[in-house]
Design a protein around this ligand. Structure first.
Ligand code: OSB
Ligand code: MG
Length: 357
């Protein structure tokens, strides 16, 4: 699916999302859906659309069909004989969770222990060609109802940009995301970010450098939030022990599924760290999973879960995901609570592969 506008980060630009939808059908014909969130190229994590597909077809689907299990919470252990490949695991696990919630005639949010009727959301804004253009994009999103904006930053598109944006939007809740564009040598430079009253600075340093993030956090008053650095419960535990961040972004795909996402959520809750739900430019299917997860109690900050219209001319779910005044309603239908819009999905579909027990 083509994005409405290219999404530019410190690492590169995405203008097409190439993904697949996993459909799981139980013995009674109940169907659940999951989405592969990897990109075409391995810049954000090592996975790509094609590696995800390969891992599912060669390993994960055969493991799922060939093992004995009774609950989606067991899939993390069953998939444990495959190292990493978290986005592949999450695409399949998410579809099974959807089936499970539907079998139990409840919403996915309720099945997961969600406590909110609506989730607070913000919008992530990519690097723009000019500051004037950025300001008009922010204005448009604020007018649409978004109450928190995340601005992508990189060297050369940071403090000067923030200074101008702050002068136009003095009280708007703003955060930044560097996608690992800096190193500890930039500490004096990064200290200047402290003047702009930012909610947080997301993943400033190396993807897995929890030690350097801990060092940087001691130097800054702006809270650090980790994204790429947290790929598992173990990473979360290490980051908390080291003081690498004060906030965590949880993405279901990055951590290998909903079950692992909830373990991280629970750990952060014990340690009183706020979490929020990150995004991967998902279609409505992935978005629906994010909404359900973000209804859990420790999701105390707005997520990168925008409405379908933020990225897509037409989404593949019915109804489309709607945002109102900075909130998305948690659906109370069974499972993910959105139907597949097959007319739209079939327009984009390039191939189908089936497996059965
Ligand atoms: O770092 O959070 C990120 C998009 C693609 C890859 C990584 C990131 C992002 C976003 C946008 O910031 C999230 C979204 O709106 O889906
Ligand atoms: Mg990020």
């Amino acid at each position: 699916m083509a994005l409405k506008y290219p999404f530019e980060t410190s690492f590169g630009s995405v203008d097409n999302k190439d993904f697949f939808i996993v459909e799981v059908v139980d013995q009674n014909g109940i169907k659940g859906y999951g989405e592969s969130v990897a990109f075409t190229a391995p810049w954000y994590t090592e996975e790509t659309t094609e590696t995800t597909k390969y891992m599912l077809e060669e390993f994960l689907i055969p493991l799922l069909l060939g093992s004995d299990w009774n609950h989606p919470g067991e899939l993390t252990r069953i998939f444990g004989s495959v190292q990493k490949n978290n986005m592949a695991k999450a695409a399949l696990e998410g579809a099974v969770w959807d089936v499970y919630a539907k079998q139990n005639r409840t919403s996915l949010a309720e099945m997961l222990g969600g406590t909110r009727e609506r989730v607070e959301v913000g919008v992530s804004i990519g690097i723009q060609p000019t500051i004037e253009k950025l300001i008009s994009v922010i204005e448009k999103n604020v007018a649409a109802g978004y109450k928190r904006v995340k601005l992508k930053v990189k060297p050369g598109w940071d403090v000067d940009m923030l200074k101008e944006v702050r002068s136009v939007f003095p009280t708007l809740p703003i955060m930044v995301d560097a996608n690992s564009a800096y190193t500890l040598e930039d500490v004096e430079h990064l200290r200047q970010f402290d003047s702009y009253n930012l909610l947080m600075m997301e993943q400033p340093l190396g993807q897995h450098d929890l030690v350097d993030h801990a060092t940087l956090q001691k130097e800054l008053s702006t809270p650090i939030c980790l994204d790429e650095g947290i790929t598992s419960y173990t990473d979360a535990k290490t980051a908390i022990a080291l003081g690498s961040c004060q906030i965590m972004n949880i993405k279901i795909g990055r951590v290998g599924g909903i079950t692992e996402a909830i373990r991280i959520h629970d750990l952060c809750r014990q340690h009183n760290l706020a979490v929020w739900c990150g995004g991967m430019l998902e279609s409505g299917v992935g978005r629906a999973h994010n909404i359900a997860l973000a209804s859990l109690p420790q999701f105390k900050l707005p997520g990168d879960i925008s409405a379908s219209t933020r990225y897509w001319e037409q989404d593949i779910v019915k109804p489309e995901v709607m945002m109102n005044n900075g909130f998305i309603q948690v659906p109370n239908g069974y499972g993910i609570g959105y139907e597949i819009d097959w007319d739209v999905l079939n327009e984009f579909k390039v191939e189908t592969t089936s497996f059965s027990k």
